[in-house]
Ligand binder design. Structure first.
Ligand code: NAP
Length: 402
């Protein structure tokens, strides 16, 4: 089957045909296990939701180890061109060497396509053993800024010509004393990027019936980056969403009106304890890049589902959905790991495409499969009443429960 391409209308809306071509990157390490398992779930969910009316036409594109092996480069131009042409793609994890070697392919993709918004919903699935007493109280959607901050990869190694030059300039111009044996990284957060990112978070909050938005920042210390992020975020809230929001401070402890979104902010370090102690006070969380990364994993751990958290990276032209865990090389090819992170990322993709029925079926399928207790090793090891099954067998359980 050839399939049709997703296009954009003049107003910038995606037009999704009934047989869209969607490119996928299988991913390194356990990608070879979780991709085929997830793809089976996606195809079955579309079939269950729409019968013969709709079908995804998958197109493999190369990145990571497979790309290096076949083309000599980890991220071939053809991969980038295909993603640009198709607007939506899905990927497994890609390995990044630590400290040396090439830059993260994930960061490269985010920068290349200007995927400035990372969305990570985190909620509890009944039957997953969690380290906290009431994991079901956590149900948040984390909006992590995705292309700026100290995470953007603008850095120079210790002793390099560039690091020494920068240290010299900073000393000469501002009398800043930075040790000459320091590595240097740049933290930057811009107004324009923050504004468009925060707008995405509010649009999502409205379209998904969420109740509050919390800006999380370290603006008390990093005043002109994280502090400014908070200021610009509040400005967007007031200027663009004034009619549908209420500020937490204006409530003075009273319950908010049913039809209003509560807007508040918290300092990042305090947030890590609040989300653990009073998780039900939070809904949509909006953070700069690095703290967004940390808080996503902390929240995922709280519901016991670090191997289950899905993610989306979204820009104005392209959206890439991905498993949030890494390539877990020691499990590669063993048909062992939990495919839920990629499966649920696929559900997010269907939701984004407007194929809500398929998205809901997948979520329900995963939920029921876990509840019934035929689960992968990572979940089974904490649940004596369960049966451990392989990655592919778990995907078949999900399909049975669609
Ligand atoms: P990782 O691959 O996420 O694995 C760390 C541990 O998490 C695993 O040993 C396993 O824990 C658990 N885990 C991960 N995925 C799982 C799954 N699907 N099911 C069950 N358990 C799972 O992290 P890493 O070892 O730090 O990173 C390996 C490589 O992946 C690195 O090169 C890193 O850069 C890359 N990475 C890529 C992405 C991405 O592509 N988006 C994200 C993060 C990391 P146990 O052994 O304790 O069971």
């Amino acid at each position: 089957m050839k399939g049709s391409y997703i296009t954009k209308s003049e107003s910038g809306m995606l037009i999704i045909p009934d047989d869209p071509v969607i490119p996928y990157i299988e991913g390194d390490g356990v990608g070879r296990d979780i991709w085929p398992a997830s793809r089976m779930v996606f195809d079955e969910a579309v079939q269950a939701a729409y019968g013969k009316k709709r079908k995804i036409v998958w197109k493999e594109i190369l990145a990571g180890e497979k790309a290096t092996l076949k083309t000599g480069t980890p991220l071939p131009d053809e991969t980038l061109e295909t993603i640009a042409h198709c607007h939506i793609a899905i990927k497994g994890p890609l390995t990044t060497p630590v400290g040396t070697g090439f830059r993260s392919l994930n960061v490269t993709l985010r920068k290349h396509f200007d995927l400035y918004t990372c969305i990570r919903p985190v909620r509890y699935f009944e039957g997953v053993v969690s380290p906290v007493k009431n994991p079901e109280k956590l149900d948040v959607v984390i909006f992590r800024e995705n292309v700026e901050d100290v995470y953007a990869g603008l850095e120079w190694p210790q002793g390099s010509k560039e690091a020494r030059h920068l240290i010299g300039v900073l000393k000469e111009s501002f009398a800043w004393q930075i040790p000459v044996d320091a590595g240097i990284g740049i933290k930057f957060i811009s107004e324009g990027n923050t504004r468009r990112f925060v707008r995405r978070a509010f649009d999502y909050t409205l379209s998904h019936g969420r109740k509050s938005v919390t800006f999380v920042h370290k603006g008390n210390i990093m005043k002109y980056t994280e502090g400014a992020f908070r200021e610009w975020a509040y400005q967007v809230a007031k200027e663009d969403y004034g009619k549908v929001i209420v500020m937490e401070n204006d409530l003075q402890g009273n319950a908010p009106p049913e039809d209003k979104i509560v807007v508040k902010d918290r300092i990042a370090d305090a947030m890590f304890q609040m989300i653990l102690l009073r998780p039900d006070e939070f809904d949509v969380l909006v953070l700069p890049n690095l703290n967004g990364d940390y808080l996503s994993d902390a929240c995922a751990a709280q519901v016991g589902g670090i191997g289950m958290a899905p993610g989306a990276n979204i820009g104005d032209e392209v959206a890439i959905f991905e498993a949030t865990h890494g390539s877990a090389p020691k499990y590669a090819g063993l048909d062992k790991v939990n495919p839920s992170s990629l499966i649920l990322s696929g559900a997010m993709m269907f939701d984004f495409m407007g194929w809500k029925e398929a998205a809901t079926l997948i979520e329900k399928g995963v939920e029921t499969a876990i509840k019934r207790g035929r689960i992968t090793y990572d979940l089974a090891r904490f649940r004596p009443d369960s049966t451990e099954v392989s990655c592919s067998a778990f995907a078949r359980e999900v399909v049975k429960n669609l």
